[in-house]
Design a protein around this ligand. Sequence first.
Ligand code: PGA
Length: 246
Amino acid sequence: MTNKYMYFIANWKMYGSISSINSLNKVIKFSKSKEINKGRLIYCPPYTLISSFSKKFQNCQIGLGGQNCHESETDGPYTGFINARMLKNAGAQFVIIGHSENRANGENDKLINLKIKNSINSKLKVIFCIGETLSEKRKKKTKSILSKQIKIGLNKIKNKSNIFIAYEPVWAIGTGIIPKSKDLYETVNYIKSKFKGKPPRVLYGGSVNPNNIKNLKEVSNIDGFLIGGASQNANKFIDIVKKTYS
Ligand code: PGA
């Protein structure tokens, strides 16, 4: 059983519609119950739902975030994009940056660094995703990949107090496979060791569900979870939180 303050971040990816807002009632009720006095729930829905979620969460402690943003701090001629300022304006307090699904679409560490800088300037808290692919893991490159992603992604960012790291091994996302507890503990320790002074909070993401949470919560240096598929179902999301504290 853990007594730690933990973060539970729902990454809805490209799922959800206006009618999904009703599914939040259960989670809002749960967020006000005593069962969750030790943790924080944060939803990252598609952009189109941010402002309605923001209204829905007005009287509760549930946080709200975007799943990405454009790297330009100022507004400009970028058809189809939004920047960190716009996310903040729509009611978000967080933003996910560097998700492997976006890295796979061409985002590199330097671009991610710019996005993180501008998000922080716009007063958003950043959930910075890092993780190795299966082939990098097989070649035993996990540490060097993570080190490079952290070094370039956080280059010239002095104040890291608003940054969360989400360790998401690419091979664990959406596959039902999770790392061995011992390996996960060691990797999270490695990530924390890369920082001078107080390390950032490190979350784990990749196939977190109500069945494997019992094992994952035993990894004592993890500060929370970034949850994709299972977070779209309010019951499963609540179950994950409950099981973390039971
Ligand atoms: P998953 O996704 O929980 O569906 O594996 C996690 C993520 O991509 O953030």
